[in-house]
Ligand binder design. Structure first.
Ligand code: PGA
Length: 256
């Protein structure tokens, strides 16, 4: 059974005191629920770089919550002013890195080839990439979303060995649904997740495809998470806006 995950992408939000409070509120929400924890599941919180050590420290004894970063560079050290390496993220105690988020692709002009280098560097360090793919609105409107997502996978992750690929988490995030309040319908999400799984089966094998966690991202919230997570190929969510509210975030986690 593949792992089910709810990951919180905080983006560029939260000052230090707010970040520390959010982590402790998330922990308290989780502990105060009387329901049993969803089976085979985990939570990843992904704060901005400076708050990673705090989040790691606050969740050190936590069996459910792990910490991740939102980006990194593809070199491990050297004269790259302003960049953060996978080694640094690992040494701070985080376990995951988001790569290929549409905001990075769009605002920072990150290309498939550049992301491929980052994926390699992250895996080399022993971290797990949360690799994002997804189509903008005009591509969806012309029904070319499968073609584009396949291209994104080919450019940045399908060069990996089977062993390396098995350490990825994939996140399907239709760009038109991110931060817009517009969610993909459960059917649209399921269709794409199944398509991604089929591509993995074709490139690698059916077992690997069945074992890979594929998250949905894009205006996922407590009111729609249950329906989305009920889809056969949707293994959880990459949550932006709703991850900044402890109650909403934990409600989403209990939607499995
Ligand atoms: P959103 O963001 O939940 O605010 O739409 C999701 C994401 O960008 O990962």
């Amino acid at each position: 059974m593949r792992k089910r995950i709810v990951a919180g992408n905080w983006k560029m939000n939260m000052l230090q005191n707010e970040a520390v409070k959010l982590v402790s509120d998330i922990r308290a929400e989780l502990q105060n629920r009387k329901q049993p924890l969803p089976e085979n599941s985990g939570i990843i919180i992904m704060p901005p770089f400076p708050w990673i050590p705090f989040a790691v420290e606050q969740t050190r004894d936590d069996e459910i919550i792990s910490t991740g970063a939102q980006n990194c560079y593809h070199q491990q050290k050297g004269a790259y002013t302003g960049e953060v390496s996978p080694d640094m993220i690992a040494s701070a105690g985080a376990g995951y890195v988001i790569l290929g988020h549409s905001e990075r692709r769009e605002y920072f002009e990150e290309t498939g080839g550049f992301l491929r280098k980052k994926v390699d560097a992250v895996l080399q360090t022993g971290l797990k990439p949360v690799f994002c793919c997804g189509e903008p609105l005009e591509v969806r409107e012309s029904n070319r979303q499968n073609e584009l997502v396949k291209q994104q996978l080919k450019e940045s992750v399908f060069h990996l060995s089977k062993e390396d690929f098995s350490r990825l988490i994939i996140a399907y995030e239709p760009v038109w649904a991110i931060g817009t309040g517009k969610t993909a319908s459960p059917q649209q999400a399921q269709e794409m997740h199944k398509f991604i799984r089929d591509q993995i089966a074709e490139r690698y094998n059916g077992q690997l495809a069945a074992d890979i966690t594929i998250l949905y991202g894009g205006s996922c919230k407590p009111s729609n998470a249950k329906e989305l997570f009920a889809q056969e190929d949707v293994d959880g969510g990459l949550i932006g806006g709703a991850s900044l509210k402890a109650k909403d975030f934990i409600d989403i986690f209990f939607s499995f």
